[in-house]
Design a protein around this ligand. Structure first.
Ligand SMILES: Nc1ncnc2c1ncn2[C@@H]1O[C@H](COP(=O)(O)OP(=O)(O)O)[C@@H](O)[C@H]1O
Ligand SMILES: [Mg+2]
Length: 153
């Protein structure tokens, strides 16, 4: 499958939230986003932008202890955090495959834990912290659909 890829650079948490809002505008029901990156890379910060754009009922926070947070809005966000998952099959017990078919947006932090269950057209976003500048992040979006990566900002 051909992939489009583009890297954005943000200089603050607010800019990453803004990028999330831009991405949200390009999404359609059923889309899946996989957010790769170490602790504090900005995965949840970006998700907050998605939730804001969809006018979620509350701000997105880290689902680390709950494994999944659900935010009803214009589109419902299903926000998974797979950090604590040891066996990929655990995500099936949480109903992951059903969430893929609910007509919302599925967002996954630590997606490498469940790689085999991600759909082929998953939008992959890699967030990397700058080694020298504390508030700088390099954010690379990769998707089979060009509109997910090129939205003119
Ligand atoms: N450019 C930036 N983008 C995102 N977060 C940033 C940025 N600069 C600083 N930060 C800070 O880094 C932290 C990112 O945390 P979080 O989004 O929870 O990361 P993750 O979910 O990847 O562990 C927050 O404290 C945020 O304020
Ligand atoms: Mg997080």
């Amino acid at each position: 499958m051909a992939m489009y890829k583009r890297t954005y650079r943000t200089f603050s948490a607010d800019e990453t939230t803004d990028l999330g809002r831009h991405i949200a505008r390009m999404l359609k029901p059923g889309d899946v986003l996989a957010l790769y990156g170490d602790l504090a890379a900005g995965k949840t910060t970006l998700t907050r932008g998605l939730a804001e754009e969809f006018q979620a009922n509350q701000p997105a926070t880290s689902p680390t202890f709950t494994l999944i947070n659900e935010y009803p809005g214009i589109l419902t966000l299903y926000h998974f955090d797979c950090y604590r998952i040891k066996d990929a099959r655990e995500i099936l017990y949480l109903g992951f495959e059903e969430y893929l078919d609910m007509g919302g947006i599925v967002v996954v932090e630590w997606p490498q834990k469940i790689e085999t269950f991600l759909p082929e057209d998953t939008i992959r976003i890699r967030l990397i912290r700058s080694e020298s500048r504390e508030d700088v992040r390099e954010i690379t979006i990769e998707s089979p659909e060009e509109r997910h990566v090129n939205f003119g900002c």
